[in-house]
Design a protein around this ligand. Structure first.
Ligand code: G6P
Length: 742
C-alpha cells in the first residue's frame, strides 16, 4: 500500500505539472513565435510585391491586380490578401478575405504587428503594410496568413511533451520508491532496531546492514556491558528462574552453548528384566545441574555408566534427554573397566574423596590409579574439543573427578571460559599436602577462569593451599590467583535446588503421602516419622544418626513404639572396600537397634538400601515429621534444601549437621554436632515435640531463603561472573591497554 502510494503520488504530481503548467506555457510560446515569424514573412511579401503592385496600382487595372492577388494566394499559407486605397474604401481583395476585415477597421486592428483572429476557416494572422503611391498616400496591403498549422504543431509538441512528462513522472516515482526502500526505510528500521536492541543481537539471524555495523557493534558492547553490570549489581533484586538463566546465556554470553562436564551422568539407561529403564542417579551434582541444563540446553559430557547406555546413543555417542522432546544432549564417554577402576574408584573415590572429607577414612593413593586419572581426564578433554561449536565455549567442569581437565581444555581451547565447581569440601593445606600429586592437581585446576566452592571457608582453604604449595600470587582482597601469568578467580557459590520443585514432585498431598507411608510399613495412625535420604556413604553420618535415634529412645522412652526413622540409603561406589564395610555396619546397627526395641511396637529404624527416584524421595519428605541430615562433612548437602522445598504445608523440622555447607545458610534448622549423640537425641525430641507455630516460623524462613537463592541463581551468578571476566579479557586485549592483571 505504502509502496504504491510512493509510486502514484509523484506520477500524479508530474502529470498535473504537465497539464496546468507546461501545456499553456508551450502553447503560448509557440503561438508567439509563429506570429512573430509570420508577421516578418508578411513584411517580406509586402517588400517583394512592392514593385509589381506599385505598377498595377498606378495602372488602376483592378482586374489584373485581383488576378495577381489570386495567383499569390495559391501559396497554402497565404490565405487571403487585399488592398485598401484609403481607409474609407472597400478593400480590393481575394474572395477568402473574411467580411469583418475592412479598410476602416484596419488601423485599429493592425497597429504595428500582425493580429491573430479566429474565423470559420480557423485562426488567421492579419498583417497590414503601407503600400503608398503618390496618388494613394494611404494605401495599405492586407495579408492574411493561415495559422491552423500552428495548432497542429502545438498539438504535436503537446503529445511529445506529454510522453516526456510521463517518462519523467515514472522515473521520478520509481526513484522515489527505490530511494525510500533503500534509504529511508532501511535507516529508520535500522535505527529503530538499534534502539530496541534487536538489530544488535540479530535474534532472527538476519545479517546487520553494512552501514549500521560500526554503530551497532559499539552500541551492542555498550548495552551488554551496562546490562551485565546492572544485573550483577541487582543480583538480589532479580527473580531467578530458568528464563533468567537463558537471558544471561543469550545476552551476557551472546548465545553461547554451555558445555557441562562431569563424571556422573544425569540419566542412566539400565537393562531391567529385558527392558531398558531410565534412572536418575543419587547425586547432589546431578540434582543441581539437571534443571540448569534443561533451561539452557547445550551438551553434558559424562561417563556412560549404565548397562544399556550404549544401546541408546547415536553414532556420535549422544543421546537427547529427558525422553521425548529432549532439552539437551548427553555425550557419553566410554571407560574400560581398568580406567573406571583406576580413575573413578581408585584416585577419585579412594584418594580425593577421603582426602577432602574429614570423615576419618584414610585416603589411598596409587600410581596406577593416578595414571588412569590422567588418561581419563584427557579423554574428557578430547570430548570437550569435539563438542565445542566455537573456539571460545563456556565449559562448566564439575567436581573432583576432573581436576586436570581445566588445564587440558585451556591448552586445547585457549579462548574458552572454564568455570570449575568443586562440589565437595576443600581441606586445609596440611591435609591436601599429603597427596603425592598435589602440584599437578592444583596446576590442572588453575587452568580455570573461575573456581567455585560452596562456602567461603573452602575458598580460603583453596587459596591457602595454592599459596603454600605453588609459585603463585594469591590476592586475598580480590580472591584471585595469578599463576603462569594467568588469572583465576576463586569464588563462593552456594549450590541450591530447583524452585519451585519440578511439577510432579509435590503432586500428592502431605496427608496422602503420610497415609501411604504408614500403610506400606504397617505403622499406626499418629505414628511419628523421621526420614534420612543419602547415598550409603561414610561421610553421611548414618551410623551417628542411628545412634542418635537409639539415644532418643533411651533418654525419652515415651517415643518407643511411637516413632520410627525411615532411612533411604542409595548404594554407591560399592566396589570400594570402605563402602562395602560401611553398608555392613549400617545394616547391622539398624538390626541391633530394632532388636533392642523389638516387641515394643513399630521398629525404630526402617532401612531401605535401594535407589529411589526423585518423586519417591519427595513423598518421604512430605510424609515425615522431621528430616535428619547428620553428615560428618559435606560441601553443601542438598537433601536439607530438598526437604525444605518439599514442605509447602510449612510443617516439619530439619535437623542439620553443623559440618554441612547448608548449616551456614539454614540457621533456622536444629543445628547439631553429629558426633554428639546426646545433643542429636535432644534435637530429635525437640523436633518431635515442636509446636506447629514454631515449625511454621522456622520452615518459612528457610523456604524464603531457598526461594531466593535457588539453583538458577547459583548457576546464573557463575555465568554472570564468567561473562564479566570475558568482558575484562576483551578489554585487556585492546591495543593500548597498559597492564594485564586483576
Ligand atoms: C557427591 C559428588 C558428586 C557425585 C555424587 C554421587 O555429591 O560431589 O560428584 O556425583 O556424590 O557420587 P557418585 O560417585 O555416585 O557419582
Amino acid at each position: 500500500m505504502r509502496l504504491s502510494l510512493r509510486f502514484i503520488v509523484p506520477l500524479l504530481l508530474t502529470i498535473a505539472a504537465f497539464a496546468y503548467g507546461a501545456v499553456p506555457l508551450v502553447d503560448n510560446l509557440t503561438t508567439r513565435w509563429f506570429v512573430r515569424d509570420l508577421d516578418l514573412r508578411a513584411s517580406l511579401i509586402a517588400n517583394t510585391l512592392h514593385e509589381p503592385l506599385d505598377a498595377l496600382i498606378r495602372s488602376g487595372d483592378h482586374r489584373r491586380m485581383l488576378e495577381y492577388f489570386n495567383r499569390i494566394t495559391q501559396d497554402e499559407r497565404l490565405y487571403a490578401m487585399g488592398f485598401c486605397p484609403t481607409p474609407g474604401d472597400e478593400p480590393l481583395a481575394t474572395l477568402a478575405l473574411p467580411p469583418e476585415i475592412n479598410c476602416s477597421s484596419l488601423d485599429s486592428l493592425v497597429a504595428l504587428s500582425g493580429t491573430l483572429i479566429s474565423s470559420a476557416a480557423g485562426p488567421l494572422l492579419v498583417s497590414a503594410r503601407a503600400l503608398a503611391a503618390p496618388e494613394m498616400p494611404e494605401g495599405r496591403l492586407i495579408l492574411l496568413q493561415d495559422m491552423s498549422f500552428v495548432e497542429r504543431r502545438s498539438e504535436e509538441t503537446r503529445k511529445y511533451l506529454f510522453y516526456f512528462f510521463l517518462g519523467l513522472g515514472a522515473t521520478v516515482s520509481l526513484l522515489t520508491v527505490v530511494i525510500a526502500q533503500l534509504s529511508w526505510r532501511g535507516w529508520v528500521q535500522g535505527l529503530r532496531a538499534l534502539l530496541r536492541g534487536e538489530g544488535l543481537f540479530r535474534p532472527s539471524g538476519k545479517p546487520e546492514r553494512a552501514e549500521l555495523r560500526p554503530i551497532a557493534s559499539d552500541l551492542r558492547v555498550l548495552i551488554h556491558d551496562i546490562e551485565a553490570e546492572r544485573r550483577s549489581r541487582d543480583d538480589d533484586q532479580m527473580a531467578w528462574t530458568p528464563d533468567t538463566l537463558r537471558a544471561i546465556l543469550h545476552g551476557d554470553l551472546r548465545g553461547q552453548d554451555a558445555i557441562v562436564v562431569s563424571n556422573r551422568e544425569p540419566y542412566v539407561h539400565v537393562r531391567q528384566n529385558g527392558a531398558i529403564v531410565v534412572q536418575r542417579p543419587a547425586s547432589g551434582l546431578v540434582t543441581a545441574m539437571e534443571p540448569i541444563m534443561r533451561a539452557c540446553s547445550g551438551t553434558w559430557i559424562a561417563h556412560g555408566s549404565g548397562s544399556a547406555d550404549r544401546e541408546v546413543v547415536d553414532r556420535h555417542d549422544r543421546v537427547g534427554v529427558p525422553g521425548a522432546g529432549p532439552a539437551y544432549q548427553i555425550r557419553r564417554i566410554w571407560l574400560s573397566p581398568e580406567q573406571e577402576a583406576g580413575y573413578y574408584y581408585g584416585f577419585a573415590n579412594e584418594g580425593l574423596w577421603p582426602l577432602c572429607h574429614i570423615a576419618h577414612v584414610r585416603p589411598t593413593f596409587r600410581t596406577s590409579d593416578w595414571e588412569q586419572y590422567v588418561q581419563v581426564n584427557r579423554l574428557f578433554a578430547q570430548a570437550v574439543a569435539q563438542e565445542a561449536k566455537a573456539s571460545d565455549p563456556i565449559v562448566l567442569v564439575q567436581d573432583y573427578h576432573l581436576a586436570l581437565l581445566p588445564r587440558m581444555i585451556h591448552e586445547a581451547l585457549p579462548a574458552a571460559t572454564i568455570i570449575t565447581f568443586w562440589h565437595i569440601p576443600w581441606p586445609n593445606p596440611e591435609a591436601f599436602g599429603i597427596c603425592p600429586w598435589r602440584h599437578e592437581l592444583l596446576d590442572g585446576l588453575l587452568g580455570s577462569t573461575i573456581i567455585g566452592f560452596h562456602t567461603q571457608f573452602h575458598c580460603n582453604n583453596f587459596v591457602d593451599t595454592v599459596d603454600r604449595l605453588l609459585e603463585a600470587r594469591a590476592d586475598r582482597e580480590t580472591f584471585t590467583v595469578t599463576y603462569r601469568g594467568e588469572l583465576t578467580a576463586v569464588k563462593r557459590y552456594p549450590i541450591s535446588v530447583d524452585w519451585p520443585p519440578a511439577a510432579g514432585l509435590l503432586g500428592r498431598s502431605v496427608e496422602e503421602c503420610r497415609r501411604e507411608l504408614r500403610a506400606r510399613h504397617g505403622l499406626p495412625p499418629g505414628h511419628a516419622i523421621g526420614v534420612g535420604v543419602d547415598r550409603l556413604d561414610y561421610t553421611k553420618g548414618i551410623e551417628e544418626r542411628f545412634r542418635a535415634v537409639e539415644r532418643l529412645l533411651e533418654l525419652q522412652p515415651q517415643w518407643v513404639g511411637k516413632f520410627s526413622f525411615v532411612q533411604v540409603a542409595a548404594p554407591t561406589r560399592s566396589s570400594i572396600e570402605q563402602y562395602q564395610e560401611y553398608e555392613v555396619r549400617v545394616k547391622a546397627m539398624a538390626a541391633r537397634i530394632n532388636d533392642r526395641f523389638a516387641g515394643k511396637g513399630s521398629p525404630p529404624i526402617i532401612l531401605h538400601v535401594e535407589h529411589q527416584e526423585p518423586h519417591q524421595v519427595y513423598a518421604y519428605y512430605r510424609a515425615a515429621d522431621l528430616c535428619f541430615v547428620s553428615s560428618l562433612h559435606d560441601g553443601m548437602n542438598l537433601v536439607a534444601k530438598e526437604f525444605v522445598s518439599a514442605r509447602d504445608d510449612e510443617r516439619g523440622v530439619l535437623i542439620l549437621s553443623q559440618f554441612t555447607g547448608a548449616a551456614r545458610e539454614l540457621p533456622e534448622a536444629l543445628i547439631v554436632n553429629p558426633y554428639d549423640a546426646d545433643q542429636c537425641a535432644a534435637a530429635l525430641h525437640l523436633a518431635l515435640s515442636m509446636p506447629v507455630a514454631e515449625q511454621r516460623a522456622r520452615i518459612r524462613l528457610m523456604r524464603g531463603l531457598i526461594r531466593e537463592f535457588n539453583v538458577y541463581r547459583w548457576a546464573g551468578r557463575m555465568l554472570m561472573d564468567a561473562a564479566g571476566m570475558r568482558r575484562r579479557g576483551r578489554l585487556l586485549e585492546r591495543p593500548g591497554t597498559p597492564l594485564r592483571g586483576p
